[in-house]
Each structure stands twice: as C-alpha cells, then as structure tokens.
Design a protein around this ligand. Structure first.
Ligand code: PGA
Length: 256
C-alpha cells in the first residue's frame, strides 16, 4: 500500500526567519506521526536554514523549481545539484503558476524533470486542467497531453523517483476543492496512463497527490479515495496549525 505524502508548497512566502519558525513548528508537530511522509518546499533562499532546522527529523525538504542545466552561464537559475547540496530530496515541477506566469512548456518541464531525477532528486510533476477545459469536457485530454509532454521520453527507471500531483487549476487558491470522486477519477486515469507507459508495477507504486484548496476539513474525504495518495498543499501549508491538522487527518486514513 502506498504511504500517504503530504507536501507543503510555500510558494513566495516565508523566506527568512519565518521559515525557520514554521519548519520548527511542523517538525515538533509531526514527531509522533510515522504513517505519513511529510515534505515542505520553502523558497530557495530559506532552504539552507530550513534544512538545518529539520535535518534531525522525519520532515523532508524540497524546492519549488530548478533549471535543467547543471552549471554554466544562466544568470539567475538554480541547478538541481545545488538543491542536493542544501539537503533537498524533492523538487516540484510544472506547477500551473510556472506554466502560466513563467511560460514553462511541456518540453521545458520534461528537461527539468530529467535533470532533477538524474542527480537523485524526487520530482513532483504537476498536471491539471483549467476551468474552461473542464467545462468543455477536455480535462482528461489536457492531463494526458501534459503527462505525455513531460514523461514520454524519460528513462524507464526514472519513474520510481516521480510523484504526480493532479492540481485542477480552478481549484488552486480558490477555496473550491474538486469533489473527491471527480478527483479520484482523474487519479485513476493518470495511474492507468502510467501503467500503459511504464508497466503495472510502476502504476501501483507511484504516488498521485491531489492539490487545490486542501484544508483540514476536506483532506479526510479526499484521502479515503483509492487512488488519492496524499496532497500538495499551498495556502494551508504556511500556517503550522492548518498544515499539522491536515497531516494528522491523513494519518487517520482508514483505508490501508
Ligand atoms: P492551494 O495551492 O492549496 O493554495 O490551493 C495548491 C498548490 O498550488 O499547490
């Protein structure tokens, strides 16, 4: 059975000493929880300090992005090797905000993903449709295109280092969560796609997270669904209380 993963995407929040405080509170709050993997993804500038804060705990560290080149004349970019160097185990890839505001295409996301996994990072690949795409019955086509675009030519063994996050764009930061049954259908679709491409064993193993307005009150009904293996949490991950409530709710999942 897949162990749930609850990941906090802090986005452009908590850059300095607030990051240390928040990560300390999270570390203390999860001390007795061992049936949920917990990951936090602060901004780049806080990674080192957060690593120092959580390194003696089970909380894992991730970044929100990285470049596909390892080094060179790329002003302002961050190499996947630098993430390893500051203690990251994970990196988020292809978040809808990066697609929308930073013009990241499937090709770019695919290259980033390959580079990150090649140095040993676990990648969380985000995919999800916009509201009008769902309303026009295109949600499955869009997600399939995103998966194909970023995963079609990765080496087969890389799939073990990949987590998928299904994040319907219309649910991100809006307070409008996807119905658990609707989300689960998409998760099943994603798992089937992985099965066709990488085999049933990989499909059974891969964790598929839901993301989009996860809050303490709705995580339980999501995580009880067969193909929902955890959550990528934005707004509710930058307050220790709400993030911890989500983790505790996930730890009480009855489906094992
Ligand atoms: P949200 O963000 O929980 O604030 O909707 C989720 C995400 O963007 O990963």
């Amino acid at each position: 059975m897949r162990k749930p993963l609850i990941a906090g995407n802090w986005k452009l929040n908590k850059g300095g000493k607030d990051a240390v405080q928040l990560s300390r509170n999270i570390k203390e709050g999860v001390r007795d929880i061992n049936n949920v993997d917990v990951l936090i993804c602060p901004p780049f500038t806080a990674l080192m300090r957060v690593y120092e804060t959580i390194k003696d705990s089970s909380v894992k560290l991730g970044a929100q992005n990285c470049f596909y080149e390892m080094e060179g004349a790329y002003t302002g970019e961050i190499s996947p090797l630098f993430l390893i160097d500051v203690g990251c185990e994970y990196v988020i890839m292809g978040h809808s905000e990066r697609r929308q505001y930073f013009a990241e295409t499937e090709d770019i996301i695919g290259m980033k993903l390959k580079s990150a996994v090649s140095v040993g990072l676990n990648a969380i690949l985000c995919a999800g449709e916009k509201l009008e795409e769902r309303e026009n019955g295109k949600a499955f086509d869009v997600v399939k295109r995103q998966l194909e675009g970023s995963l079609s030519d990765i080496p087969e063994d890389y799939i073990q280092k990949i987590t998928i996050a299904y994040e319907p764009v219309w649910a991100i930061g809006t307070g409008r969560t996807c119905e658990p049954d609707v989300a689960n259908k998409m998760h099943r679709f994603i798992r089937n796609w992985i099965g066709e491409k990488f085999g049933n064993k990989s499909a059974e193993k891969i964790r598929i997270l839901y993301g989009g307005s996860i809050k303490p009150h709705n995580i339980s009904s999501l995580i009880e669904k067969e193909d929902i293996d955890g959550g990528l949490v934005g707004g509710a991950s930058i307050k220790a209380n709400s993030f911890l409530e989500i983790i505790i709710a996930a730890s009480k999942r009855t489906r094992y």
